[in-house]
Unconditional design. Structure first.
Length: 141
């Protein structure tokens, strides 16, 4: 049986170098994967901040592998049950609300009240207003 306390100074240096090499390799793999994911998102024209996805290209892309979930440059895709605040998470202004899955009507919560909205309706958000898709993922244009 090998007693670690009986190892020579050179053996400890070798073990330390080996552990350091393993840490460097693991860190390199993590950074490489993260860079690949960022490159894929950049190529698709997607910017993601706090569960909110923004399109930065004019190409049509998919969201959550839903075939009808397409958006164009400047659109904002909000996931179900994620509350956004105007002025903080999204800009204050007038938005056209579209469903990501092509449904005719859907429910959203605005300032704590749930309302039924039809695909293509206009929603005006003022400073501090809250917005939360309840039944479907929505696209704000």
């Amino acid at each position: 049986m090998l007693c670690f306390f009986a190892l020579t100074k050179g053996a400890w240096v070798g073990i330390g170098i080996g552990i350091f090499a393993i840490i460097v390799i693991v860190a390199a793999v993590i950074v490489n994967r993260r860079d690949k994911i960022k490159a894929r998102r950049k190529q698709a024209g997607i910017t993601e901040e706090k569960d909110v996805r923004y399109s930065s290209s004019a190409e049509v892309s998919k969201h959550d592998d839903t075939p009808k979930a397409a958006f164009v440059q400047g659109d904002l895709v909000a996931s179900r049950n994620v509350t956004l605040t105007a002025g903080k998470d999204l800009k204050v202004g007038k938005y056209t609300v579209l469903t990501a899955d092509g449904s005719d009507s859907f429910n959203i919560r605005v300032n704590g009240l749930v309302r039924e909205i039809k695909h293509g309706d206009v929603l005006i958000l003022g400073e501090g207003d809250t917005f939360c898709p309840v039944s479907h993922t929505v696209v704000l244009r």
